[in-house]
Design a protein around this ligand. Structure first.
Ligand code: CP3
Length: 355
C-alpha cells in the first residue's frame, strides 16, 4: 500500500469526506505553458515527446511545479492506441492528428488486432512508472485512454471531422463492421488501462470526446455499451488501493443517469451542464468531475474566481466533486489565470466545509 501525502482527489472520487474540493485540469501539461513548448522543441515533435518516457515525465510534472494541483495526469495521447495498431499517426502542423492509413476497407477492418500494451505501448508504461517515482507520493497519477467510439472516429475518418460522415455512414449501413472495430478497441483499451494500473496509475479516465455527436439510441449501442464492458474488465484494486474510474462523454449531459449506471466511480461533465442539477440526478451514485467553461480562463482573475465559486455553490456542501474544466485547457490561456482558479477553488471550498 502506497501512502499519499495528498489523497484528496482519490477520496473525492470515492465520495469520502475531504477538507476541500480537489482540482486538476484536462490538458494541464500543454502549449499554454512556455516550459512545455521548450521541452517539446527539445523532443523534436509531439509524438517524440510522448515516446520518450523521460521527457513525458518532465512535462507531466511542469504544471504541478507551478500550481497547487491535486492530481497529475500521464502525458500521452489517446491516439497512441490506434498508432500501435499500425494506422500511422502523425500531426500535420496546425491541422491536428491524422492517420496515414485510415480504416476504411472491410479487409483492413477484419485484420485489425488489439496491440500488446507491454510491447507496442511499452513507452507509455515506462512513462507511468517513471512519473510515479518522480511524484514520490505527493499527489495521485491519473492514467487514461480514449473510448472505443472516439478512437474509432479518428481511425475511420482519418483525422478530425466536422460531420463524422464516414463513420456515421458505416454506423447505419454496415453496423457489423463498426461493431467489429469497437470490439477490438474495447479489448485494446481494457488491456491498456489495466497495464497502466499495474505500472502505477492510481485512477483512470476514459475520454469519450465524440460520443455526444450520436443520437441517444446510437450512443447507447455504439459508445456506452463498450465503455460499460471496459469498466467491468478493469482491475478494481492495485497495491491495496481502489482504482477509481472516471467516464467523460463530452456532450453527454442529457444521458447522465445511463452513464452513471455503467459501474464507474465518477462522471465528467462539460460546461453546458448545471452541476447542481447533475448532482441531484446522479449524486447518490457517482462523483462528478467538472465543469468550468475553459474560455472563462481568458477573463480577468476576479471573474474566474466568481465563476469557480458559482460552480462550487451549485454543487453544494459535501464530498463527491472534483473540480476541472469542461474540456481541455486552451493553448491561449494566460498561465497566471490558472493560479487564480486553483486558489479560488481551494479557498472557497475550505470555507464551504466550515460553514
Ligand atoms: O491532460 C493532459 O495533460 C494529458 C495529456 C493529454 C493530451 N491529449 C496531450 C496532448 C490527453 C489526456 C489527451 C487526450 C486527447 N487527445 C483527446 C481526448 C480529450 C479531448 O481533448 O477531447 C483527444 C480527442 C486527443 C486527440 C488529439 N491530440 C488532438 C485533437 C490533438 C490536437 C489538439 C490541438 O489543439 O492541436 C492532440 C495533440 C495533443 N495532445 C496536444 C497535447 C498537449 C497538443 C500537441 C502539441 O504539443 O502540439
Amino acid at each position: 500500500m502506497n501512502t499519499l501525502k495528498n489523497d484528496t482527489f482519490l477520496r473525492a472520487l470515492l465520495r469520502q469526506p475531504t477538507d476541500y474540493t480537489p482540482i486538476w485540469l484536462m490538458r494541464q501539461a500543454g502549449r499554454y505553458l512556455p516550459e512545455y513548448c521548450q521541452t517539446r522543441r527539445r523532443a523534436g515533435s509531439f509524438m517524440d515527446l510522448c515516446r520518450n518516457p523521460h521527457l513525458a515525465c518532465e512535462v507531466t510534472l511542469q504544471p504541478l511545479a507551478r500550481y497547487d494541483l491535486d492530481a497529475a495526469i500521464l502525458f500521452s495521447d489517446i491516439l497512441t492506441v490506434p498508432d500501435a495498431m499500425g494506422l500511422g499517426l502523425y500531426f500535420a502542423e496546425g491541422e491536428g492528428p491524422k492517420f496515414e492509413r485510415p480504416l476504411r476497407e472491410e479487409w483492413a477492418i477484419r485484420n485489425l488486432a488489439a496491440p500488446d500494451p507491454g510491447v507496442e505501448l511499452r513507452y507509455v508504461l515506462d512513462a507511468v512508472a517513471e512519473i510515479r517515482r518522480a511524484l514520490n507520493g505527493s499527489v495521485p497519477l491519473i492514467g487514461f485512454s480514449g473510448s472505443p467510439f472516439t478512437l474509432a472516429c479518428y481511425m475511420i475518418e482519418g483525422g478530425a471531422s466536422d460531420d463524422f460522415r464516414t463513420i456515421k455512414t458505416m454506423l447505419y449501413d454496415r453496423p457489423d463492421l463498426l461493431h467489429h472495430v469497437l470490439d477490438v478497441n474495447t479489448k485494446a483499451v481494457t488491456a491498456y488501462l489495466n497495464a497502466q494500473i499495474e505500472a502505477g496509475a492510481q485512477a483512470v479516465m476514459i475520454f469519450d470526446t465524440w460520443g455526444g455527436v450520436l443520437s441517444r439510441r446510437a450512443y447507447g449501442e455504439f459508445s456506452l455499451a463498450y465503455m460499460r464492458r471496459i469498466v467491468a474488465g478493469l482491475k478494481r484494486e492495485h497495491d491495496g488501493a481502489r482504482i477509481p474510474r472516471i467516464v467523460f462523454t463530452k456532450g453527454g449531459g442529457q444521458w447522465l443517469e445511463e452513464i452513471a449506471a455503467i459501474g464507474c466511480d465518477a462522471v465528467g461533465l462539460d460546461w453546458t451542464a448545471d452541476i447542481g442539477a447533475a448532482r441531484e440526478r446522479v449524486g447518490g451514485k457517482v462523483a462528478l468531475q467538472g465543469n468550468l467553461d475553459p474560455s472563462i480562463l481568458f477573463a480577468q482573475p476576479e471573474k474566474i474566481a466568481q465563476e469557480a465559486h458559482a460552480i462550487l455553490d451549485a454543487f453544494g456542501p459535501g464530498s463527491g466533486h472534483v473540480f476541472n474544466l469542461g474540456h481541455g485547457i486552451s493553448q491561449f490561456t494566460p498561465p497566471e489565470h490558472v493560479t487564480a482558479l486553483v486558489d479560488a477553488v481551494h479557498t472557497h471550498s475550505r470555507k464551504q466545509r466550515q460553514a
